[in-house]
Structures are given as C-alpha cells and as structure tokens.
Ligand binder design. Structure first.
Ligand code: GLU
Length: 362
C-alpha cells in the first residue's frame, strides 16, 4: 500500500499537480509489479488539482467549495495517473470511499472484495476519500488514516507513506537544526506520539500526528509502515530492496484479529458505559463478557449493535465493544443481575451486555 500525499504530488509552489512525480511513481510501481508485488495507491491531490482547474488562489475555506474543488480535481488527478500508467502498460481503477463505508460490516467487506478483484485483473487501484459527499460525521479526515484503514482492510504486507519530509525526527527539523532522523521505531510509545505532536509545521491535511497514528493502526494488526521522502528518486524501489530510508515502524507481535480490529479501530464510538472496578478486572484478566451487573452508568445515546467505549470509575477508556442493548434499555438494567433482565424489560436480547467475542481490551 503506497500513500501519496498532496505535498509530494504538487509542484513546489503547490499550484498544480507535478506530472514528473506521477510519472516517476507510475514507473516505480510498474517495476515492482513486474517483480511480482501487488500494489494499491491511496492518492491525495483532488483538491489541489481542482484549485488549479478553477484558477483559485488558495484552498476554499468552506466545505461546499472544497467538495466542489475535489469533484473537479479528482477526474484530473485520475486522468494523469491513467496517462502515466498507460505508458507502463498498466490500467488503473478509481475507488472513492468514506468512513461510513467502513462502519457497516457488509460495505466494509464489499469494499475489500472489490479492491481484491481489481487487483486480480492486474489493475492498480487508486483510492481517495470521496470528498464530494464526505461531511464531518462520515469523514476519514485525512488520507493517512484512509490509507491505514485500507491497509488493514485488505491485509497488505506493508504501508509506505510518501511524505514531504524524510521521516520522523527527534525534534521538528524545521525548528531545530540538531534534529536527527529516527530510522526505526520498535514501539509507538507516548514519547513517540509526543515527538510527532510537536512537528506542526508540515503541510498537507494530516501532518506527522496522523502519520504516526496511521503507523500505529497498522502495527496493531501486525503490519509494518514506513514514512519516507516521496520526492526522493527511486524511493519506492529502494524501500522494497530494504535500503535504509525514512522511518520504519515495526509492528506489534500480539496482533488483533481483523474483526476485533474493525470493532475497536474502524467503528466510531457511539457512547460510553462506566464499569465498576470488579467487572473491569474480570474483563481484563479473565477474558469474560461484560454483564449488566457491572455497569454503573451510561453516557450518550446508542442502539443495540453500536460500538461503545467502556470506561472505568476514573473515566479512563479501557475497552471497546459492540453493545447488545440500547442506551435506553441499559439505563433500566444497569447494576442488575442478568437473570432480572427479562423481568425488567419484558424480554431478553442476551445474557451479556457485550459478548467477549465482540469486546476488545485496549
Ligand atoms: N482527499 C483530499 C484530496 O484528494 C486529500 C486529503 C489528504 O491529503 O489527507 O485532495
């Protein structure tokens, strides 16, 4: 999976798409493909291309004009890819997704099957957020997140984030000249996240924070990630040869299975349930389901089947899971023994409030 940011794709003054970069990427992807790799691209650049088409001076501030620019620019973007890949005798497929497509298990699996089928034709899928319809509630927000979610969706072997920086530095290199590139991150600790938080001077939508979060998302499912300078010549091939470039993130050994990953890191949380200390320790240490007797309180409005966060009595989130009861129902049965559920509600959906198969301890 190769994610290409707007900063890489555009000319130095950001006013238009840089054909020479797209040409270089197409050439490198084609070489890799000949060596037997399957490649998927997540590409930004729709809004940048739209701005150029509309002769605008800068990115519009409001969402409607941004969406219009994306709609106008996306066809140019894909047109350029199509042209440059054609020279390499490769075809491309445009796939536009929103976060909402990942919230339903059926659409999630459909997206996966389509991408895999496109690959089976030997065609290069080029994915972007469907900016035209994506308003805040259904947005990935940035293509770093989108690329990580697609990496996990199709269980790719590697995520390469082509960026306008060389990788993760010890401090922000634009502020401090003693900054050193970190070649390998074995674990994404809070210190690593804090370093990324300081590097705010990056361009593009995401910045270093969303890149580290993307690396973290894929590391949870056992997939490595590399953040690297996307404008460097031959960078994709160099990485695949194992050359020392950018920052490599080593994945976690204890990986989550794909359903649990989907529950905890793909779905958006619809509410919180506060759990007492006894139930919390049983959930963490013995892998049991959450029962109504352990629920102290409920925040937010949710329906049966929604993803909710479990918080402890200190308000710290420690688990996420698919809830069997709505917030209305849960308010009535919280703190009560499971054997009382039917008496209270007049029916019983399940003994468990969250079944352990649908529960992820964070
Ligand atoms: N989807 C946006 C575009 O194509 C870019 C989002 C991002 O760069 O993170 O213009």
């Amino acid at each position: 999976m190769i994610k290409i940011g707007s900063g890489v794709l555009t000319s130095p003054d950001r006013s238009k798409l840089d054909d020479s970069i797209i040409e270089q990427i197409a050439h490198q992807v084609s070489t890799l493909k000949k060596s037997g790799c399957e490649i998927i691209l997540v590409s930004s650049g729709a809004i940048a291309a739209g701005i150029k088409e509309l002769n605008l001076k800068k990115i519009p501030e409001d969402i409607l004009h941004k969406q219009a620019a994306a709609a106008i620019g996306q066809s140019h973007l894909i047109g350029k890819y199509e042209r440059h890949f054609k020279k390499e005798e490769l075809k491309v497929a445009q796939i536009l997704l929103t976060h909402d497509d990942f919230s339903s298990r059926v659409r999630y699996l459909n997206a996966k099957n389509t991408i895999l089928t496109v690959l089976s034709y030997g065609v290069i899928p080029i994915i972007n957020e469907n900016d035209t319809v994506a308003v805040d509630e259904i947005k990935f927000g940035d293509n770093d997140t989108l690329s990580a979610m697609v990496t996990n969706l199709i269980e790719a072997d590697l995520l390469i984030i082509l960026s306008d920086v060389k990788g993760l530095y010890t401090v922000d290199p634009k502020i401090n000249s003693s900054a050193e590139l970190i070649p390998i991150v074995k674990k994404i600790t809070s210190e690593i996240e804090a370093i990324a938080g300081e590097s705010k001077s990056l361009t593009g939508v995401g910045g270093m924070v969303t890149k580290i979060q993307a690396a973290k998302r894929v590391s949870l499912t056992g997939i490595p990630a590399v953040i690297v300078d996307g404008k460097a010549k031959g960078v994709i091939e160099a990485i695949m040869k194992g050359e020392d470039m950018g920052t490599l993130f080593i994945p976690e050994k204890d990986k989550l299975n794909s359903k649990k990953y989907w529950i905890a890191y793909t779905l958006k949380s619809n509410g919180k349930i506060r759990v007492d200390d006894g139930a919390k320790s049983v959930l963490i240490s013995s892998g049991k389901s959450l029962l109504s007797s352990g629920v102290v309180d409920i925040e937010g409005k949710f329906e049966s089947g929604d993803m909710v966060s479990c918080i402890d009595t200190n308000n710290k989130e420690f688990a996420r899971g698919l809830i069997n009861y709505s917030s209305m129902e849960l308010k009535k049965i919280k703190g009560k023994h499971s054997s009382k559920i039917e008496d209270i509600l007049g029916y019983k959906i399940a003994d468990e409030v969250i079944h352990r198969d649908n529960l992820v301890i964070l």
